[in-house]
Design a protein around this ligand. Structure first.
Ligand SMILES: *Cc1c(COP(=O)(O)O)cnc(C)c1O
Length: 409
């Protein structure tokens, strides 16, 4: 019996030894390993400053604080995302303006965003920021988002939780750019099932010294100097509080894991891309599936491999497919039920399912297949074979087509 979990982190001896080293030195919380992780992450992801925090949610919260989001303002957020992207807006008593996705890559639909921004402005709302999410690790309409931000004066905060690493370029032959190149602040997640992990952790990256300083201060109680120094020999007993900050600092225990995850990030990426190619090869002939595609001028991180079920061609629903996969020992997941369908946002924003037709139509079709570096080709093959068998047994029989060969005349 196969047992293929939805996700398994790739933790090796270097991570384990570095954590043990951390424990032996006795320096457990934010310190030299966190500092080193920040420096190496900034270099890898090609941003000037990197502020390590204990989650991507914390990074998004600090980013909105740094760009000055105020109560009552409005922030553009895709409905096709995880809870974190919108809840951080609510922390400020600001309003998420949910926008629909586009079918091609499930990233936010810029034209829909423009329409909803116009409507919000007409209602007298003050729209100040946009948080694009890169679904599954593929950068969306970067040029469209930048143009939108310029037109309406929006700060761009990117939710790059899936994007370590992901790249894009403006056209064929142009230089590749790392995720977040057009953003004020870009936020990454090191949650247990993300592309690199620290167990729990996140990073806020920016080119602005001012934003970096503010986020660093606010990540540790609003204490007004290099938070890290407070914990070193140079640090002193004296400190000043300049704002009511938060407790979002990353521990050295977590950074110890991150340092080694980062050093093999390219190898982990190559493995995921390899399994994604294999999935696409094995599943390409299945009419009942719509497969994820790498768009032109994008390098996908392949955090997720989410297929869409052609429910019009099947006599089972997504829940049945997931349960049959589970019976065959295969873990799957769903990314995501759109935010506008959750009770909290449905009630708060007073929206109908049909207000976001693309996300609402695609949601019941989505299934994310297992994808992690330590899979084997046999495991990918088994997942595909199982899915094909389930689909093969669940095809809609179109009347008139499958009639018996011999009929009484
Ligand atoms: C995982 C995730 C987050 C939150 O990351 P944490 O590190 O768990 O806070 C935010 N946005 C998206 C799109 C995610 O998938």
């Amino acid at each position: 019996m196969h047992s293929i979990p939805f996700y398994k982190p790739s933790i090796g001896e270097p991570e384990i030894n570095e954590v043990v080293d951390c424990l032996r030195t006795g320096w457990l919380t934010t310190g030299p390993k966190t500092k080193q992780f920040e420096t190496e992450f900034a270099r890898y992801i090609q941003h000037t400053h990197a502020v390590a925090v204990n989650s991507c949610t914390a990074a998004l919260h600090l980013a909105l604080e740094a760009v000055g989001l105020k109560a009552g303002q409005t922030v553009v957020v895709p409905t096709m995302t995880f809870a974190a992207t919108a809840e951080v807006v609510r922390y400020f008593n600001a309003t998420p303006l949910l926008v629909d996705c586009r079918a091609a890559d499930l990233n936010l639909d810029v034209a829909d965003a423009a329409r909803r921004i116009e409507a919000a402005l007409a209602r007298g709302e003050e729209v100040t920021a946009i948080i694009p999410v890169h679904y599954g690790g593929q950068i969306g309409d970067a040029a469209g988002v930048t143009a939108l931000a310029e037109r309406y004066g929006l700060k761009i905060i990117e939710d790059a939780a899936h994007c370590c690493p992901a790249y894009y370029r403006d056209q064929e032959g142009a230089p590749w750019k790392s995720v977040g190149s057009a953003a004020e602040i870009t936020c990454f997640s090191f949650y247990a099932n993300k592309t690199i992990t620290t167990g729990e952790g996140g990073m806020a990256c920016t080119e602005s010294q001012e934003h970096a300083d503010r986020m660093r201060i606010m990540s540790l109680h609003g204490i007004s100097r290099d938070a890290w120094k407070r914990y070193t020999a140079e640090g002193s007993w004296c400190y000043e509080i300049i704002a009511p900050g938060y407790k979002y600092n990353l521990t050295d225990i977590a950074a110890a894991i991150g340092l080694h995850q980062l050093r093999k990030a390219d190898r982990l990426h190559e493995k995921r891309a390899q399994w994604a190619r294999l999935y696409s090869e094995y599943l390409s002939e299945v009419d009942e599936l719509i497969l994820p595609k790498e768009m032109p001028n994008r390098i996908h991180s392949w955090h997720l491999y989410s297929v869409r079920l052609r429910l019009d061609l099947l006599n089972v629903d997504r829940a049945a497919v997931i349960s049959k996969m589970k019976s065959a020992g295969i873990g799957t997941s769903v990314h995501w039920m759109p935010l506008h369908m959750h009770p909290y946002y449905r009630e708060m924003l007073g929206c109908q399912q049909s207000d976001y037709p693309c996300a609402a139509a695609i949601y019941p079709e989505l299934v994310s297949l297992p994808l992690y570096p330590d899979m084997t080709p046999e495991q990918v093959e088994y997942v595909c074979r199982t899915l094909k068998e389930i689909i093969g047994r669940s095809r809609v029989v179109i009347s008139g087509v499958d009639l018996p060969v011999l009929q009484s005349s």
